[in-house]
Design a binder for this molecule. Structure first.
Ligand code: HDL
Ligand code: ZN
Length: 424
């Protein structure tokens, strides 16, 4: 007897969608996280969580503290200032503040305390190894991708000393200096013994490729990544264009790994805020279309920082099947915009996009970033299915499970050439 999968009743749709989205493990394809063995690079606990740069930016709107005064304080004193301004004297209404509340409540901590004493005692009782397993379990994250910057001295030292990196912590080779600041990048490579030079030539491009090959052998990255300013144009007469054509694309082609472009940053509009000092701009997506058209055998992962660009990215992905849109990045990772972007992706791309990544910098953030993302995605997905059912479509739970698994992990696994789970 062939198992006929039960057709869902409209009345149970929202409950089933919420349950499937909650129960489906996610492959988090862009984070700034590190495994416990990486020591100080692995950020966790309440003082790091409250010192997220999103909250630092918000502190200066809710207190008279100046950036200069703030940066002069210790990490715990900084956390106290943020806690008092954003969580005691005001309601944690922003997404970043609400996220801290979600984490605390899911860990059984009281988010209404006048200080961080209880939370600090809780984290003091844990090891980072225990906490890492706990967070990944609560967030239902099966795998995550790191951001590995070979130009960061601390990171370089960690890889040279062969720190333990569990398989579920996949690597991404981040190349910002190469494409955005060749003057700095070529000098750093030369200091490592690569025969690079400010003036590009075929020989210099070969040396830059040798540098990437060296780090690909060390990291086995699932993709090459770069964040690009909103002014990014391709092609033009810039060093960036030449390096994409002569170094990055040939490397992706040879190693058969995707090229991830995160486009739209307006770096350091307010340098006094440090990591919190970046803004955004509207980017030229024609540049992405031209790259995809020129390189049909290369797989591209693209996310953009401008809300308006996200719609254009969906249209571009309809034109090029080697273009994979991903995530609701940075200033877009707010429930109202996640719902809008998810709806336009389902309407324009069906289940073929990667709906979200966390961009978590602190381990604890996985708990809230994925709880909030799942809530927004469930709402929109249920709405899409309910329209189908209203037209008489006989939807089953198994279809929902298949669709969510594809958007939460299968699309990326196939894009990165990783084993795809055999399904349920
Ligand atoms: O360039 C990036 O990877 C961005 O995600 C930046 O790290 C940004 O500061 C950030 O944390 N966004 O969430
Ligand atoms: Zn990031």
């Amino acid at each position: 007897m062939i198992q006929v999968d039960e057709t869902l009743a409209a009345s149970e749709l929202h409950r089933v969608v919420e349950e499937v989205v909650r129960q489906t493990p996610v492959f988090d394809i862009h984070t700034h996280l590190y495994p416990p063995a990486f020591g100080g690079l692995c950020l966790w606990g309440i003082d790091e969580l409250v010192n997220y740069h999103y909250l630092i930016a918000e502190l200066f709107r809710s207190s008279s503290v100046t950036p200069q005064e703030f940066w002069a304080q210790s990490k715990s004193r900084q956390a106290d200032l943020i806690w008092d301004a954003l969580f005691v004297k005001n309601s944690p209404l922003s997404e970043a503040a609400a996220g801290v509340v979600t984490v605390m409540i899911k860990l059984g901590l009281d988010p209404c305390r006048p200080d961080l004493k209880q939370a600090r005692e809780y984290f003091a009782s844990l090891t980072v190894e225990q906490y890492t397993d706990r967070v990944l379990e609560i967030a239902n994250v099966s795998d995550l991708v790191m951001t590995n910057d070979p130009f960061n001295p601390t990171e370089k030292a960690a890889w040279k000393s062969h720190k333990d990196c569990p398989e579920r912590f996949h690597r991404a080779l981040r190349m910002d200096p190469i494409l955005n600041d060749w003057e700095v990048a070529h000098a750093a490579m030369a200091a490592e013994g690569f025969k690079t030079h400010l003036q590009l030539s075929p020989q210099i491009s070969d040396e830059a490729r040798r540098f990437l090959d060296h780090w690909i052998a060390r990291l086995s990255p699932v993709y090459l990544a770069v964040s690009l300013p909103y002014t990014f144009k391709y092609p033009d007469d810039s060093t960036c264009t030449r390096l994409i054509q002569e170094v990055v694309i040939p490397t992706c082609r040879e190693h058969r790994i995707p090229f991830a472009m995160m486009i739209g940053v307006s770096r350091q509009v307010n340098p006094a805020l440090r990591d919190a000092g970046d803004s955004l701009g509207y980017a030229d997506l024609g540049s992405v279309e031209r790259l995809c058209a020129e390189n049909p055998d290369v797989r591209f992962l693209v996310t953009v920082l401008s809300r308006e660009n996200q719609h254009a990215l969906c249209v571009a992905a309809r034109k090029f099947s080697n273009l994979m849109p991903f995530g609701c990045w940075w200033f877009l990772n707010n429930p109202s915009i996640v719902e809008e972007i998810t709806a336009e992706r389902l309407e324009l791309l069906g289940s073929t996009a990667i709906l979200q990544h966390s961009d978590a910098r602190i381990l604890d953030q996985l708990i809230y970033k994925w709880a909030h993302a799942r809530r927004a995605i469930s709402r929109v997905l249920a709405e899409s299915y309910s329209r189908l059912m209203a037209d008489g479509y006989p939807l089953s739970r198994k279809q929902i499970e298949r669709d969510v698994e594809r958007m939460f992990s299968g699309n990326f696994r196939r894009w990165a050439g990783l084993p795809v789970s055999t399904g349920r």
